[in-house]
Design a protein around this ligand. Structure first.
Ligand SMILES: Cc1cc2nc3c(=O)[nH]c(=O)nc-3n(C[C@H](O)[C@H](O)[C@H](O)COP(=O)(O)OP(=O)(O)OC[C@H]3O[C@@H](n4cnc5c(N)ncnc54)[C@H](O)[C@@H]3O)c2cc1C
Length: 425
């Protein structure tokens, strides 16, 4: 039996998804699998580069598994077993916890390849992907978003696409949200991160490595953030650093120079020198702690970076983009099976579910980022916290959001209780 299209006259799709990063492709996949007619609009053409650390913790891997992606090593994924933390004169190897909710391994994969794989997954599910299509704003009618304006193709032809529901997955620029006046909340933390690839003998590593001592040498200040060294397994390493906006140095630091000065201090044999660089330094902002709300208003949902969904504890955003995309898709599927106020009620369920899934944990992250913005607190935490392995196991669970909210161990219960105690913003 074939289902008649539910698209109304004058509509180009039942749902328009703007941006085919992890958020957009995941949302489009779930929506298309539910039988909806989905238009996925992407400004670039795959394969395309995306500035990122390329690392997924088990939180991100869970999202891939949920989506039906084969994440076994046999399928070409480079697994890691935990995090190596370096700082305060100590090196600690902390394995990912073994939990009911998340797998015990993370993965590393270049975004150039990762994002295309997810976009093709959406296409295979039936979503129509239009590349080289830059959305310029929302079309609104009677206060409701009913489509988007865009420029498409090499000649940047002006076009419009219409649908009763639009999902903004256009990343940190959040152009679509801005076009309807949804601004970011400057009271929430932001991050800035830069990264570069180097040919390096450290390319194969069972651990993601993070360096907690990033010094602003000019002012002799320990910065709130960390440097990372992620072996890509293909002869190269992704090296970068991220800094939080909660320090005085934010906005005044030359991040590229900071990366260079950190890498110049690493052992020569690791290879992080100009002659081994395989590309340029790239950088971008990290919108954290749900810094752009409302996540739903008048036909427009915001998902992933467009909704400020980077974890303020650790700068991780891929897993959260995919998690929020899944929740958005579920709400949209329910909404499109209804009409009138009942449809609207289903759509308003999206911000409620995001709040339930991430709200209090991210709020605690916002507090954490404010605390470590004070150089003394950052220094004390690094000096006295790092040498204590048991404490660091708890810290890893907290920072990477890897705890079972129900039936977990004593650490999981501490974190769950702490999130409940975190005051609402
Ligand atoms: C240097 C750096 C390192 C990072 N490292 C990690 C890491 O190791 N692990 C991790 O989990 N997270 C990391 N992050 C964060 C992560 O990259 C983001 O959180 C994640 O990409 C968010 O996914 P998204 O789909 O919401 O947005 P994006 O990945 O930004 O995707 C947005 C998509 O929308 C498209 N687009 C934008 N504007 C328009 C428009 N107007 N019209 C049409 N299409 C548009 C873009 O081309 C893009 O394809 C890092 C970020 C940075 C900057």
């Amino acid at each position: 039996m074939t289902t008649p299209s539910r698209r109304k006259a004058g509509e180009d799709a039942e749902v328009i998804v703007v941006g085919a990063g992890p958020a957009g492709s995941t949302a489009a996949t779930y929506l298309a699998r539910a039988g909806l007619d989905v238009l996925l609009l992407e400004k670039s053409k795959f394969p395309r580069e995306k500035v990122c650390g390329d690392g997924l913790t088990p939180r991100g891997v869970k999202q891939l598994v949920d989506l039906g992606i084969d994440t076994r090593e046999e399928a070409g994924w480079l697994h890691n077993r935990g995090l190596r933390v370096v700082g305060g004169g100590v090196t600690l190897e902390l394995d990912w916890p073994d939990l009911a909710t998340f797998p015990p391994y993370g993965v590393v994969r270049p975004r150039q390849d990762f994002d295309e794989m997810l976009a093709r997954t959406a296409q295979q599910a039936g979503a129509r992907l239009f590349e080289q299509t830059t959305v310029t704003g929302a079309i609104t009618e009677r206060g409701r978003v009913v489509g988007v304006t865009a420029k498409t193709g090499p000649d940047k032809r002006e076009v419009t696409y219409r649908a009763p529901i639009v999902i903004g997955c256009d990343g940190v620029s959040a152009r679509l949200a801005l076009s309807v006046g949804i601004q970011k909340d400057d009271g929430k933390p932001m991050g800035v991160a830069v990264r570069r690839y180097y040919a390096s003998p450290r390319t194969k590593d069972d651990y993601l490595e993070s360096h907690l001592e990033l010094w602003d040498r000019e002012n002799d200040v320990l910065l709130p953030g960390y440097g990372w060294i992620f072996g890509m397994g293909d002869g190269t390493v992704n090296v970068g650093l991220g800094i939080l906006s909660t320090s005085k140095a934010y906005g005044t630091t030359d991040y590229r120079a900071l990366l260079k000065s950190w890498l110049d201090g690493t052992p020569e044999e690791w290879g992080f020198r100009e002659e081994n660089a395989t590309g340029k330094i790239g950088g971008a902002a990290l919108p954290m702690g749900l810094n752009r709300k409302p996540h739903y208003r008048d036909g427009l949902l915001l998902v992933g970076d467009a909704g400020g969904m980077v974890n303020p504890f650790n700068g991780e955003g891929i897993g959260y983009a995919m998690e929020s995309a899944r929740i958005a898709a579920e709400c949209v599927v329910q909404a499109l099976a209804r009409t009138g106020p009942s449809r609207e009620r289903a759509l308003h369920g999206y911000p409620v579910r995001i709040e339930q899934a991430l709200g209090s944990y991210f709020r605690m992250g916002n507090l954490f980022s404010r605390l470590i913005g004070h150089p003394t607190i950052m220094r004390t935490a690094t000096k006295y916290g790092l040498p204590r392995k048991t404490l660091m196991k708890l810290v890893l669970k907290l920072l990477a959001g890897l705890y079972d909210p129900k039936d977990g161990d004593s650490f999981d219960r501490i974190i769950t209780a702490a999130t409940k105690l975190t005051p609402t913003a």
